[in-house]
Structures are given as C-alpha cells and as structure tokens.
Design a protein around this ligand. Structure first.
Ligand SMILES: Cc1cc2nc3c(=O)[nH]c(=O)nc-3n(C[C@H](O)[C@H](O)[C@H](O)COP(=O)(O)O)c2cc1C
Length: 349
C-alpha cells in the first residue's frame, strides 16, 4: 500500500502549512493538575507526537462549571496560560503545530466536580449511569435551562478561552461541537426545546454554534479556527431527530464565510448511518467545501484511500495515536501499529 497521499503537505493558508495529513484527534486523558491546568506530563506527551501534521489537544474546559469528568484541564484561569505555554513551546521546539480544543459539556457536566447544577439549552435528562469516581456511582443530572440572557455569557467564556489560547502560544483553536456536549446540545432537537432566539427554528438552533465560532474567529482571524461536528453519532445519549439534518446543513453553509481552518468529523466509527444515508464524513463533505478532517476508527489503508480519493483532506487518529506515540513514523515505514486497549487511558468511563 502506498501511503504517499498521507504524506503530501497541505497549505492551510494564513501561515499554517501541515507537513502531512495525519492529525492527533483530541483525546481526554484525565490527568489535569490540581488547579485544572494541563498535566505535568502534557508537554512531553504532545511533543512526542509533534511530527503529526497538526495536534489537537484533549478537550479544554472554558469554565470550571462545565467539568463533567475527572481531572480534565481548562483555559479559564490566567494561571492556565503559562502552563499551556510550556506545552506549546515543547511542541514548537519539535517543529509541531497545536490547536486547543475548546469545550463546554453542558448537560454532561456533573456537580460532583463542577459544584453547580449543569446548564443546558433545555432541562432534558437522559438518566443513565455515566461513570464512577473513587468508587462513587454518578448519574447524569437534570440540567438547568440557561436563561436567554445567560447564553451570550457562555459565548463569552469561549471567547475568553480563545484569547487565553492565543496568549499561551497555540496555533489555533478547535470548537468542540461534537459528541453530545453543549454546542451540539443547542443544535439538536432532542436537547434544544427552546422557543427563544437560541432555539425553535433552524436559525435559532444553529445560533449558539455560529456565535461561538464567530467569537473564536474574532480572536484568531482567518484560518486558525476548526470546528468539530458529529452528525448522527449518539455519544452522550444524544439523538438524531428528523430536521437535525437541516440545522447542520445550514450551519455548514453559514460558516463558509468565516475562513475556518477545517471542519472535523467526531465519531467513534465513521460508518454509514441510516439517518444520513452515508458516513458522517461523507455528510460533511457533501455540505462543506473547505478542508475536511475525517475521523472514526480509520486504519492506515482506509486513511490513505480517503485522502487519495478526495473523500477528505486530512485524517485524525485518536486511539491509535494514544497507543503509538510514533504513529507518524510507523505509517511512513508501513510498520504494524500497537493495538489500543482501554487500560492505556486513565479515563474512568
Ligand atoms: C480516551 C479517549 C478520549 C477522547 N477524548 C475526546 C475529547 O476530549 N474530545 C473529542 O472531541 N473527542 C474525544 N475522543 C474521541 C476521539 O477524538 C475520536 O473521535 C475517537 O476516538 C474515534 O477516533 P479513533 O478511532 O481514531 O480513536 C476521545 C476518544 C478516546 C478513546
């Protein structure tokens, strides 16, 4: 198998040239420091993977009130800036590029960590056991619907985190609009039952995502903001309801003018979904003409084929990049990959 397509450089414009098409997918590692800065080992962890075309960090909280998992880092304190700068410096010293993935969990926050009731577009609870912490069983909690005037304040949290990411020396940010978290909760009919300007119509449901992306582009300028979406995937007890398609299609149309760096699929497995009639990446490709990152259980041959055929421009790897810090070199040499095992991650889910 030729892996040439994966090793063709890609010029994203605006001063960002990726030497290859392999991305580190954002992967939460549950190792943040006590004040929710990056872990002591984060600089070495990311630097070890700096030969990727682009690294995307683990999801990074825009507020302490959004914490829904053990030891996940943030960019909501000024003290987080120098800590992340050490990570960025280590990656840059190895010649790499790194985006911070900005994250609000919405209804998937938990008072066990956040010390507050989760907030969400609407008070919709899917009451299932999510995880354990120190032997304690935690269930999803009933979220509080954000008041109309609170929603812009949450957009401001993303803007502030985007600014801190700039100060820290990142190369850009990725808006986490995937996997059932707050941005996606606004997009989907299942979790957005609002009747104000932040819900109801297609326009209302996409407004929060669009405002967050605009805020980040406002801070970063063109070519430095990515957007992750998971059309049809059910992570976080999410549903796909008839009509959701329209919201995604219109959102992808509306972000066209914002000079995004890329749109990024976020799915566990990029397979055909009945409700889309295609894979999540195919859905995005159909409605998004810009740079597209495929993701979801890609093996090297499929990744090569996807880039070579134009099905996507880049491919991100999560589990195989956790298991193989030298993934890029293994791909280049055609060497077998170490298989990912859940014990490799300190996640308690
Ligand atoms: C341990 C672990 C942590 C993850 N954390 C995140 C995250 O913080 N943000 C995110 O968007 N996706 C996260 N994901 C999803 C991955 O980015 C990716 O979409 C998924 O693992 C499928 O890609 P893969 O088959 O290459 O692993 C995580 C996945 C794993 C396995």
């Amino acid at each position: 198998m030729s892996i040439a397509a994966l090793f063709a450089p890609l010029d994203l414009g605006h001063g960002l040239v990726l030497p290859n098409r392999v991305l580190l997918a954002p992967c939460t590692r549950n190792r943040a420091s006590a004040d929710l800065g990056p872990s002591a080992g984060a600089a070495a962890y990311y630097a070890a993977r700096a030969d990727a075309g682009l690294l995307v960090t683990e999801a990074v909280l825009v507020t302490a009130q959004a914490q829904g998992y053990l030891d996940t880092p943030g960019l909501f304190l000024d003290a987080h800036v120098p800590a992340w700068r050490r990570v960025c410096d280590a990656v840059h010293a190895r010649g790499g590029r790194i985006f911070a993935q900005l994250w609000h969990t919405g209804r998937l926050a938990h008072s066990h960590w956040a010390r507050a009731q989760p907030v969400a577009p609407s008070a919709v609870l899917d009451p299932i056991l999510r995880r354990q912490a120190g032997g304690v069983e935690l269930y999803n909690e009933m979220p509080r619907a954000l008041a109309t005037e609170e929603v812009p304040q949450v957009v401001e949290l993303f803007r502030a985190a985007a600014r801190r990411a700039r100060e820290a020396g990142f190369d850009g940010v990725e808006v986490h609009g995937a996997n059932g978290y707050l941005v996606e909760q606004f997009l989907r009919a299942h979790t957005n039952r609002r009747t104000d300007a932040w819900g109801g119509s297609v326009e209302g449901r996409l407004r929060f995502a669009l405002e967050v992306v605009r805020a980040c582009v406002g801070v970063w300028g063109p070519g430095r903001v990515g957007l992750r979406l998971s059309p049809a995937a059910y992570f976080g007890e999410m549903r796909w309801t008839p009509g959701d398609n329209e919201v995604y299609v219109e959102l992808l149309r509306r972000v066209r003018d914002l000079a995004l760096a890329y749109v990024h699929t976020g799915v566990v497995e990029d397979r055909v979904y009945e409700e889309l009639g295609c894979t999540s990446t195919q859905f995005l490709r159909r409605h998004w003409g810009g740079v597209l990152v495929a993701n979801g259980a890609y093996v090297p041959a499929r990744a090569q084929q996807a880039v070579a055929s134009g099905a996507c421009d880049l491919v991100s790897f999560g589990r195989s990049f956790i298991a193989n810090p030298d993934l890029v070199e293994r791909l280049r040499q055609g060497q077998p990959l170490v298989e990912y095992r859940p014990e490799m991650t300190k996640a308690l889910q």
